[in-house]
Design a protein around this ligand. Structure first.
Ligand code: PFF
Length: 455
């Protein structure tokens, strides 16, 4: 059990706040035109993410096992179809896919700790920052080296059990990361590009949005909140029964969103003051942030610290990505935690080599359409598997679990909460996800076309 509610909040926030907020959110917002995308993402967090997060924590706390065994226990106990257990298995697969590339990107952050400490970016121009990053990406051996270091660190931590070390560390590092983001934000507010950056994030230009962006915004909501694969369910299993679930979930979602918005507001002004490209892709954070620190007093110190904290935020997320698989194997086969951790790490590491190569030797190898191996693994896990898993979790919580169980978990002090939650979880979230899937594959045009042809 977490020693109290706040420590659960910290751990779940440690899972939620990670590369998704600081690295991914700004770069995909940049690639998808900003404002309208940001709005969609916020809507998805509020109306799909929060209710599904409640469902995950609720199921986890009710089942009190690893996600796969939690689903087994609950389906048996309430005589439901065993197919629901697929939710747990899908989560394990999604976890492997995500972990494989997550560790690669986290390795970049690790590498940038040294780059910053060496003062590479002091007084640097945009071109230099870009060239430094491109040179780094071009060298697969470097990428593998940092990927390996980060994987070893992750495996070491998960081998030693999650709870104790994490609690203490998260309590210090998370607030510090937030403070440094505020320092960056202060710098951004005073830069020439602030108005342009603000406009980019908050002017809702619907024409910048295409069908594909809608799915990416939704996938990002799942990814950033760690939803749809059992990670939060696994942590929920440790949450004390008397803690308010709704309040806790809302706090975590707010914290997570705040960090993402702060990162965007820090990064885009730097993009526009230095004539960089907002749609530059996965390198966005690694080009803009060093640039800002390079121009700041004490930039070497702050910049180094920043990448230390980002690496830390990434590791608390990486730990939670592996937790569903790890917890299951340890529980089911009574296996040694360290042995399971090493095996998981090796498999994800091998898979990650594909992502490493996507940034150099395989950059022209496209798995589907224009997607490289990295893009493909990222796309399938984030935009398809997480939303799908999330919907199944939502439907299970809303319709397969008995009302009394859900009522007890949500706490019946506010009956209205349960009603609103059921509406969101049972109807709004699934309908939105299915709608977004349909829009993405162009079913709407197909239906309209058929209607047109028929009429
Ligand atoms: N939420 C993490 C981030 O934003 O970086 C990533 C993540 C963690 C995704 C755990 C999925 C997960 F289960």
């Amino acid at each position: 059990m977490w020693s109290n509610r706040w420590l659960f909040v910290l751990a779940a926030a440690g899972s939620a706040v990670g590369l998704g907020n600081i690295w991914k959110f700004p770069y995909i917002a940049g690639e998808n035109g900003g404002g309208a995308f940001v709005l969609l993402y916020l809507l998805c967090v509020a109306f799909v993410g929060i209710p599904i997060m409640m469902a995950e924590v609720l199921i986890g706390r009710e089942g009190r096992h690893s996600p796969i065994n939690t689903m087994r226990t609950l389906t048996q106990q309430h005589h439901r179809n065993r197919l629901w257990v697929t939710i747990g298995w899908m989560g394990v697969v999604a976890g492997f896919l995500i972990l494989s590339y997550y560790v690669v990107i986290a390795g970049w952050a690790l590498h940038y700790i040294w780059q910053m400490a060496e003062g590479t970016f002091v007084g640097a121009t945009g071109e230099l920052a870009e060239a430094t990053f491109d040179a780094f990406l071009a060298d697969p051996w470097q990428l593998v080296l940092w990927q390996t270091l980060f994987m070893v660190a992750t495996v070491w931590i998960i081998s030693h059990g999650v709870i104790k070390g994490l609690e203490r560390a998260i309590r210090w590092f998370m607030p510090l990361l937030f403070v440094l983001l505020m320092v960056l934000l202060g710098y951004a507010v005073n830069s020439d590009g602030f108005d342009a950056g603000w406009d980019f994030m908050f002017r809702f230009d619907w024409s910048a949005l295409d069908q594909g962006s809608v799915l990416i915004a939704m996938g990002q909501a799942f990814f950033t909140l760690s939803l749809g694969m059992g990670a939060i369910m696994a942590y929920g299993a440790y949450l004390p029964s008397d803690t308010s679930l709704t309040g806790t979930v809302v706090v975590i979602a707010l914290l997570d969103t705040l960090v993402a918005i702060a990162a965007g507001l820090a990064i885009f002004p730097i993009v526009f003051s230095n004539g960089l490209d907002a749609g530059e892709g996965p390198g966005l954070m690694f080009v803009t942030i060093p640039l800002a620190f390079g121009q700041m007093p004490f930039g070497v110190l702050f910049g180094t610290l920043f990448f230390v904290l980002v690496s830390f935020a990434a590791i608390t997320s990486a730990i939670s990505i592996s937790e569903p698989a790890l917890a299951y194997l340890v529980e089911q086969y009574n296996a040694k935690r360290s042995r399971v951790a090493v095996s998981l790490g090796v498999i994800a590491w091998i898979l990650g080599i594909g992502s490493v190569l996507s940034f150099n030797h395989w950059s022209d190898v496209h798995i589907v359409g224009t997607l490289t191996f990295f893009d493909f693994v990222d796309y399938v896990s984030q935009n398809i598997m997480l939303p799908l898993g999330g919907v199944l979790i939502a439907l299970f919580a809303a319709f397969a679990l008995p009302k009394t169980v859900v009522g007890n978990q949500l706490g019946l002090r506010h009956p209205a909460v349960a009603v609103v939650w059921k509406l969101l979880c049972g109807v709004v979230a699934p309908v939105s996800v299915i709608f977004v899937f349909a829009v993405t594959v162009g079913l709407d045009e197909l239906v309209l076309g058929l209607l047109g042809a028929g009429g």
